[in-house]
Design a binder for this molecule. Sequence first.
Ligand code: GRF
Length: 209
Amino acid sequence: MTVAGGVSGDVTGRRLVVLVSGNGSNLQALLDAGLPVVAVVSNRPGAFALERAAAAGVPAEVVTLRPFLDSGRTRRDFDAHLAEVVAAHRPDYVILAGWMLLLSSAFLDRFPDRVVNLHPALPGAFPGAHAMADALAAYREGRITETGIMVHLVPDEGVDNGPVLATVTVPIEPDDTLDSLAERMHAQEHVLLVDTVRRLLAEPVVASG
Ligand code: GRF
């Protein structure tokens, strides 16, 4: 094993590819923090995240699922293609920041220990696309008093349940609406994601050889 680079806190030469599907406020937080985003990939052509990438001068690509399925190809075919697109940018980490498609091993096996997901719930709590609404419903039923956010690795096809890198709890208030809770959650997401990715990038690069 050799250690290449790896000055603590130095992100020079490190490379992030960020996968997005929508607004891209978490992408914006990474960009605003000066983290080394070298490419953005969206599965939705109209994602506002693409405008954020353009404004920051970061190359962006759109890779949509529908043409694959319409031409008789599979989800795994799509994931393998997506992996090619992402791998071309030689990422140290692939950041799923509001990426709303599940990824199969056809993608994940290309980037072992290198895919990082942001999920708006605490570990094991509310997997899936409606985590905030599920948490608010659980609060109103008296089952929880707070929710939270996690950043975790995505080693396999499990949904929102890989090894946890960081968490933060977020209180739910009695008069919360989904919008007010989401606003509080997003503010915390931006901080947690930036801090966690910065920490990952500051770790020494371990290369074989
Ligand atoms: C975030 O709440 C993230 O946790 C979830 O999707 C949302 C994306 O927000 N997976 P944005 O596109 O980064 O604004």
